[in-house]
Design a protein around this ligand. Structure first.
Ligand SMILES: Nc1nc2c(ncn2[C@@H]2O[C@H](COP(=O)(O)OP(=O)(O)OP(=O)(O)O)[C@@H](O)[C@H]2O)c(=O)[nH]1
Ligand SMILES: [Mg+2]
Length: 718
């Protein structure tokens, strides 16, 4: 089957932003205006579960009015195929943004015109930086009281360190938001009603525009008075992208045509020289089609972005794969979803063609996969397809071996695509089924949830035998159990949330251990010399084999590493995993008959236990970046309370009439914060938090944690 949409006519884009900026509302409008849907549902009208927006179809999303899972839809605009992924803004579901950005070519960053750049917009912006995703900015909610376009542009510059370039200016604001000045075409677009089918009327830009359109607020009038200034900024910035056009302009002074400007805007956006900024009100149906035009004009096609990098088994870069149908097949699995259709594995095809029935290789795991049914997803609906090509985002049904982050490729030309990075879960709860008889069903359901979400981890507490679920936050864990109830029909209960502490070495220790045992005829023998060195925070665990002359036979070296990996999971202070150290296997010895993989594993474990005791182990705790937005009347109380929670105030930012207090606070001090904050401020303050880093726990606090861990271990088993 030949290609139906040229690669250059595809836009794979994500909609990313802080909670409530209006991503889902905007996505819903995109589907309406492109003719993919004939109705519009509003996010706040779905709580009774009678209707849902296209992308927030899950029960938990409808009830809470927030997005939890990213959902993909596709549509056409100006003959371009636009694949849109609507992502969640809540920090607990950041994995969904993370994996979407990994496979997208461009993004629309939505801002709330009142709040401007909020913490999650910042986090997602940085994620997009990491993945090198070009983006345009859309200042939404211009109709809300307190909306301020220029303040938002300024925050994009200062808080995100970006180079925002307005390509539109708002005409009026709040109740009187009427439309926008298109600085490329130099015309005014004015809506005469909020009706979804209202078409903007075009006006020429004249000196009396503000009067003609009844714009009376001085700051709104000032924007219109400054149109020439913004236009000249736009022209100058654009021409940096095109030497020939710049020369011509300098010579004859004639401004470049809109076509030339658009070409420059496209180039500058794709190379991340700047970010075009647009405005609108999705809810009041203004500015969405103009934003779609910008997606088509400025955001990259798969062929405009750098070829995808490939890596070796250890993750080191070793080449690239071009985005083309003529290259061998390669794709990255970025999401696994269990639903009514069975297990769906979402993949982004980077090169080549995949057809139904093909046998491919999972190069990450060295396994084969047979491609059965293939579907194109439209939110929750699956549409069967026969083939997928470079640039496509599709789902494969019932793959046996493939997990999130794995590469699928043609067996004759294996590659591994650059991997994804997953956030580390920082909070844990014990979980069990409400009804003891449902243990197995509950376990299976949990297993499936964890398989689908790499920011969840499942562990068994070796001492108490309890099942421990780790996640990104309380909401994340709650939603997980609630989904198990609605999707797998089994109810679970969870204990009090616990902090995921870590343990670490504070000094270098060279340790020797001999494992020797004589039982009857055969014996056991292994000797290892291992040097343990602390590494910087976040470095994880490194193992290096430095033995020479076969003192530890090569086939047993992996057993030493395995032993260490097992033992490091259980530290000596309070049984938390030990992190951030290097283990160098420097020497050892063996016995021809009595040594084997197991004896080396045992020796390594014991060696670790001995060493960490001598290495001044410390307890580390997750520290969160907390941003509390409060009316200024309560500022003193909010800061005082932060200090009592061992918080360190980083900065205070103006947020319209409110103040945002940014602080780092240990997670253990944040449980129950929301209730306290509401009480303290009569419900007028709100906060968001996200993981920042691990820090040593102060001694007095560590003593309590260690004592409680010991108590929990000696308590009767659940
Ligand atoms: N006044 C006004 N309200 C809007 C606008 N866009 C969205 N909203 C409202 O803001 C709320 C949140 O909108 P959503 O579209 O769910 O926001 P979101 O960014 O998808 O939120 P999450 O997915 O939870 O991160 C809803 O009540 C919308 O009706 C707008 O342009 N103007
Ligand atoms: Mg949403």
């Amino acid at each position: 089957m030949p290609r139906t949409t040229a690669l250059a006519d595809i836009r794979n884009i994500g909609i990313i932003a802080h909670v409530d900026a209006g991503k889902t509302t905007t996505t819903e409008r995109i589907l309406y205006y492109t003719g993919r849907k004939h109705t519009i549902v509003d996010v706040h009208d779905t709580k009774d579960l009678k209707s849902s927006t296209t992308t927030d179809y899950m029960e938990q999303e409808q009830k809470r009015g927030i997005t939890i899972q990213s959902a993909a839809v596709s549509t056409f605009w100006r003959k371009k195929k636009i694949n849109v992924i609507d992502t969640p803004g809540h920090v607990d579901f950041t994995i969904e943004v993370n994996r979407s950005l990994r496979v997208l070519d461009g993004a629309v960053v939505v801002f709330d015109g009142v709040a401007g750049v909020e913490p999650q917009s910042e986090t997602n912006w940085r994620l997009a930086d990491n993945y090198g995703v070009p983006r345009i900015c859309y200042v939404n909610k211009m109709d809300r009281s307190g909306a301020n376009f220029l303040r938002c542009v300024d925050m994009i510059k200062k808080r995100l360190g970006a180079r925002p370039l307005p390509v539109q200016l708002p005409i009026g604001s709040e109740d009187n938001f009427k439309g926008m000045i298109d600085l490329v075409e130099m015309k005014a677009l004015v809506w005469e009603s909020d009706d979804r089918d209202a078409v903007p009327v075009e006006h020429a830009i004249t000196a009396d525009l503000a009067d003609k359109l009844d714009i009376s607020v001085p700051s709104d009038r000032k924007i219109l008075a400054d149109i020439a200034k913004y236009r000249s900024d736009l022209v100058d910035t654009c021409l940096e992208q095109d030497d020939a056009a710049m020369e011509k302009y300098l010579e004859d002074g004639v401004e470049p045509s809109p076509e030339v400007l658009r070409k420059c805007l496209r180039k500058g956006t794709i190379t991340a020289s700047f970010n075009p900024v647009l405005c609108g009100s999705s809810y009041k149906n203004k500015g969405v089609t103009q934003m779609l035009d910008a997606v088509v004009d400025y955001l990259p096609a798969p062929t405009d972005v750098e070829a995808i990098k490939t890596v070796d088994q250890d993750g080191n870069p070793n080449g690239e794969r071009k985005s083309s149908d003529d290259e061998p097949f390669s794709a990255l699995a970025f999401k696994v979803l269990n639903d009514a259709y069975g297990a769906l594995t979402f993949v982004r095809v980077y090169s080549g063609v995949l057809t139904k029935g093909m046998s491919v290789m999972n190069s990450t795991r060295g396994k084969r996969e047979k491609i059965g049914r293939m579907v194109e997803m439209f939110a929750k609906d699956a549409n069967p397809i026969e083939e997928a090509r470079a640039g496509d985002i599709i789902a494969l049904v019932s793959l046996a071996e493939t997990e999130t982050g794995d590469t699928l490729c043609a067996s004759e030309s294996p590659v591994i695509l650059e991997r994804m990075r997953f956030p580390d879960p920082v909070i844990s709860v014990s979980v069990k089924p409400k009804n003891k008889a449902e243990q197995e069903k509950f376990g299976t359901a949990l297993g499936k949830m964890v398989r689908a979400d790499p920011s969840l981890k499942l562990e068994t507490d070796r001492e108490t035998g309890q099942t421990i679920l780790r996640g990104m936050g309380e909401l994340h864990l709650e939603v997980t159990l609630d989904r198990i109830r609605t999707e797998y029909n089994v109810e679970g209960i969870m204990g009090q949330p616990q902090v995921a502490y870590r343990e670490a070495f504070t000094k270098t220790i060279a340790e020797q251990y001999v494992h020797k045992k004589q039982t009857g005829g055969s014996g056991q023998f292994a000797e290892v010399w291992i040097t343990f060195e602390p590494l910087e925070r976040g470095a994880g665990f490194e193992f290096v084999d430095e033995t020479v002359g076969g003192s530890v036979p090569r086939e047993y070296v992996p057993s030493v590493e395995k032993g260490l990996r097992m033992q490091m999971e259980q530290g000596v202070l309070a049984q938390y995993p030990t992190v951030d150290f290097r283990a160098r296997l420097t020497d050892g010895s063996y016995h021809d008959v009595d040594s084997n993989a197991l004896t080396f594993e045992i020796a390594a474990k014991a060696c670790f236990r001995e060493a960490i005791r001598k290495a001044g182990p410390i307890l580390l705790e997750p520290v969160m970046k907390v941003e509390t937005v409060t009316p200024s009347d309560y500022l003193g109380d909010v800061i005082g309370d932060m200090n009592r929670r061992r918080g360190m105030i980083q900065e205070q930012l103006e947020r319209g009439t409110n103040i945002a207090v940014v602080a780092t606070v240990p997670l253990s001090e944040m449980f129950g914060y929301i209730g306290h904050l509401r009480g303290m401020t009569s419900g007028r303050a709100s906060y968001t938090m996200e993981f920042s880093h691990y820090d040593p726990v102060p001694k007095n606090v560590a003593d309590v944690v260690i004592e409680e861990a010991a108590k929990a271990r000696s308590a009767p088993k659940a």
